[in-house]
Design a protein around this ligand. Structure first.
Ligand SMILES: [Zn+2]
Length: 177
């Protein structure tokens, strides 16, 4: 992983919550949905920054889930799913977990707090006010078990601090030029 990387939040909406933590070594994997027009651009970005990845389309994922008798993935934003990580081995495990629709495996691989993964598994997402639950946090990709979940607060503040540190580092680097 490179120490300095370009911030691409203008064309990758989930940059700060899925890509940044992996680039900074705060999470080992992430899942990023990308529209067709940005697929090759995103591939080059990952390659430049030594991020391992596997690209699977939503239809491929669902074909595999049908074969395995699992529920389909339906709430996608874009057709292309990039599974990214610091090691190809972990990316493969993440893909396998998602093909199996293995909620626990995927949640653990993505570094989600287990209290949140367990709660979501029990209650499902239908009855939850996801927006309200997430409203206290700007750097998380998961649905927290509560808006005051201590593990989520800890993770969110750690990432926020790291984001500030990184932005500062970039700004200082520019001053030196
Ligand atoms: Zn929690």
């Amino acid at each position: 992983m490179k120490e300095i990387f370009e911030i691409i939040d203008d064309w990758v909406g989930t940059f700060w919550v899925e890509v940044f933590p992996v680039l900074r070594g705060l999470r080992s994997t992430g899942i990023v949905e990308i529209p067709d027009e940005n697929v090759s651009r995103f591939k080059s970005y990952l390659e430049e920054n030594d991020v391992a990845y596997q690209l699977i389309t939503v239809s491929e994922l669902n074909e595999e889930r049908i074969k395995r008798g699992k529920d389909l993935f339906l709430d996608q934003q874009h057709e292309n799913i990039f599974y990214i990580g610091d090691e190809a081995r972990k990316v493969r495990m993440l893909v396998e977990g998602d093909r199996d629709n293995d909620f626990f495996c995927v949640g653990m691989m993505l570094g989600y707090p287990d209290c949140c993964v367990a709660t979501l598994f029990k209650t499902g997402t239908e009855s939850l006010d996801i927006k309200a639950l997430k409203s206290n946090f700007s750097m998380i990709a998961h649905i927290p078990c509560s808006s005051t979940c201590p593990r989520t607060i800890e993770y969110d503040s750690k990432l926020k601090a790291d984001k500030e540190r990184y932005l500062e580092k970039i700004a200082n680097g520019r001053n030196c030029l």
